[in-house]
Design a protein around this ligand. Structure first.
Ligand code: SF4
Length: 676
């Protein structure tokens, strides 16, 4: 029989109906994105869990503190054996049960009459973080609320404290949270690489390099905070959950666990923005596995089984507009996109945009109008794009960065979650539309902080060059600012060309609000994403403007692109590539016209024996999360040169396509306005 665990409790707090959909025997589709999983892996959540054990013992492996068995009864029995040893007992993953509630604690330290439990999270902590916030309003003086940013983690540890305390009524249980300390600087090179990530399906394994001890790790960049006061607050105050009425912690836990054990669905009291990213959706509904999303919207919005398959308000693009559009539409029971209009997102005092250019308001109008008519012909602002082509000088430089932020730094002298820019790709297009993959950078050296070398190469490629530099969205600007701030703290002897690198960053980017310096760039990068928002809409992308959705939409909109790139023209003399060694066809019907699906598998052509050695590693590299993970693999010391070469090639091809995607958008627009 399944028991009610801390993960189920957390899931129910995000929406109580999810409890039912998440039970695998109920057969609902679960789309929890693989990309997200990879991102979590790459950011180091699992590694932090392993590292935290070294806060409590010199050598957790030699001292055998971990309980690895998975079954409820086995882990409870293993916990009892370890606890019976007496003295100061340290256990990783001990299990506790109280009635139908079950928890596995990350780390427990038991001595005399006290049990200290530690919940380890890879989330970053800085001294400005507070868990309980004093109310600002005078009438609420003396009252506290829980920080929404920290709330899921704090309810998680409160649940554990509750279960452990109930299971050990004569003991004093104290609760702590362990977080990645952003203000702590690591003292050894390769801390991250000591905790190697391996993946087996959805299971993750961390292999700790033999010989690692607390002492050999130097400074452990983790912060331990006692949260007994927060747990007490949680036990004494109503819990925010989408259920009718007011719920205190203990009755809520009992209610949720009873319903879960009985496998009864609990209806949420409302729909909301939480539904936009609900993982329990089957896009093929009514075919195939159950679709929790569709059931909720039928039940709570009283939509018929036909209506629920029509475009819903959740599809509407809400960016750059009032945050409450979705909430407001739901409160007015305007669930279907066709019932939504400008009254929900008024332009206000702002003047309407010039000509055919779209602003947020007009863009939503266009989306709704096209959706109502299921009109897949694109909206394209020909005069606006013509102006752009006349104003933005050629040649056109397209750049894209691959970056990461990890909890456990790769390099000595760095702090958790510092920005790392390890790769970029650069395509160049001239005024006539001739394209070449001009240059690229990938730092795959181990133990080398790549950021300054990265900027140095970018500077050589772009500084002082005529033409227009394009990026897609804020990412490149944000990372150049991160590196700028890192450079500020360097000395002229640690980075001799520091001033020159900073000057280059000032040349092509804008300062972010947290940058201590201000400047006006002389050749600021142009954001292609903003141009998409202003000049192009396709129903194929629905309400998304991510390049991963815009590229397929553009390809479906453009017969020109389809004809051209359905031939093996890429990586030929007419469009040279730095990574593809044979002519490549970007658009293939069998790949759903999606160029990302044409990227070769990392291990394509690898013989079966070598392949067996790579078991547990990443095999596809077609998204940002996978790229972050691949970079982490390149840092692991026991990868052979051949294995590293596979990842290197995978990263290079992936990033090359990211800039080629931008080229295709610009090329399509140029064609539409008759430029080529
Ligand atoms: S669709 Fe909305 S209400 Fe239903 S489970 Fe998902 S988040 Fe909850």
């Amino acid at each position: 029989m399944a028991l009610f665990t801390k993960s189920r409790f957390k899931l129910a707090l995000s929406c109580p109906t999810k409890l039912y959909y998440s039970t695998s025997s109920n057969n609902y589709k679960d789309t929890s994105a693989d990309d997200e999983f990879l991102k979590a892996l790459a950011e180091g959540g699992y590694q932090v869990g392993e590292l935290a054990k070294y806060l409590f013992t010199q050598d957790p492996i030699a001292e055998n503190i971990s309980i690895d068995v998975l079954g409820y009864d086995e882990s409870l029995a293993a916990t009892a054996i370890k606890r019976a040893a007496g003295g100061r007992v340290v256990i990783a993953e001990p299990a506790f049960r109280y009635n139908d509630l079950f928890v596995r604690v990350d780390v427990l330290v038991e001595e005399n009459n006290c049990i200290d439990i530690y919940e380890v999270k890879a989330k970053s902590w800085s001294p400005n973080d507070v868990f309980l916030k004093a109310a600002r309003k005078k009438v609420d003086q003396g009252k506290y609320t829980i920080s929404s940013k920290w709330s899921p983690y704090l309810y998680d540890i409160a649940f554990q404290k509750y279960v452990v305390q109930q299971a050990n009524p004569t003991k004093k249980v104290r609760a702590h949270i362990v977080l990645a300390n952003k203000t702590s600087t690591v003292t050894i090179d390769g801390l991250n690489q000591l905790f190697k990530i391996k993946r087996n399906g959805t299971r993750v394994q961390i292999e700790v390099q033999p010989g690692v001890t607390q002492q050999s790790l130097g400074t452990i960049p983790l912060k331990t905070i006692n949260v007994d006061d927060v747990c007490e607050w949680i036990f004494q105050n109503p819990v925010a959950i989408d259920l009718p009425g007011v719920w205190m912690f203990e009755p809520l836990v009992n209610y949720l666990s009873e319903k879960f054990i009985a496998n009864e669905k609990i209806w949420s009291s409302c729909l909301g923005s939480k539904c936009k990213k609900c993982p329990y959706i089957n896009k093929e509904y009514p075919n195939g596995a159950g679709s929790g999303f569709h059931e909720c919207w039928q039940q709570l919005a009283r939509l018929s089984s036909t209506e629920v398959t029509q475009p819903l308000i959740t599809e509407l693009w809400c960016g750059n507009g009032p945050k409450t559009i979705l909430k407001e539409a739901i409160s007015q029971e305007r669930y279907l996109l066709r019932y939504v209009d400008e009254t929900l997102y008024p332009r206000g005092e702002n003047p309407p945009p010039y000509g055919d250019t779209l602003d947020g308001c007009e863009r939503r109008n266009v989306q709704i109008e096209k959706s109502n008519n299921q009109n897949f012909t694109p909206y394209i602002d020909i005069p606006g794009l013509t102006d752009l082509f006349n104003t933005l000088p050629a040649p056109y430089h397209f750049i894209d960065f691959e970056t990461t932020m990890v909890a456990l730094p790769f390099h000595a002298g760095r702090q958790p979650y510092e920005a790392i820019a390890f790769q970029y790709s650069y395509h160049l297009m001239d005024a006539q539309g001739n394209i070449e993959h001009k240059n690229q950078y990938l730092n795959f050296e181990q133990n080398e902080f790549p950021n300054y070398d990265f900027v140095r190469h970018l500077q050589a490629d772009l500084s002082g060059k005529p033409g227009t530099i394009f990026r897609y969205h804020q990412h490149e600007n944000t990372y150049l600012n991160h590196i700028y701030k890192q450079l500020i703290s360097e000395t002229a002897s640690s980075v001799p060309d520091k001033e020159s690198l900073m000057e280059f960053i000032r040349e092509i980017s804008r300062p972010t609000t947290d940058n201590p310096d201000t400047w006006e760039p002389s050749n600021n990068m142009v954001d292609l994403y903003d141009l998409v928002l202003d000049h192009y809409y396709s129903l194929y992308a629905k309400g998304s403007n991510s390049i991963k959705d815009i590229l397929p939409a553009v390809i479906k909109s453009s017969a020109y692109l389809r004809t051209k790139y359905s031939e093996p023209v890429y990586a030929t003399a007419s469009i040279p590539s730095l990574n593809f060694t044979t002519p490549h066809t970007w658009i293939q019907a069998s790949k759903g016209l999606n160029p990302y699906k044409t990227l070769p598998n990392i291990f394509e052509g690898v013989d079966i024996e070598e392949m067996a050695e790579m078991e547990g590693f990443l095999s596809e590299l077609d998204n940002g999360g996978a790229a972050m993970m691949a970079y982490a693999y390149l840092q692991f010391t026991d990868m052979t040169n051949t294995q590293r070469a596979y990842y290197k090639n995978g990263l290079l091809r992936y990033c090359e396509l990211d800039t080629m995607a931008m080229v295709m958008i610009w090329e399509y627009w140029g064609r539409e306005i008759g430029r080529w």
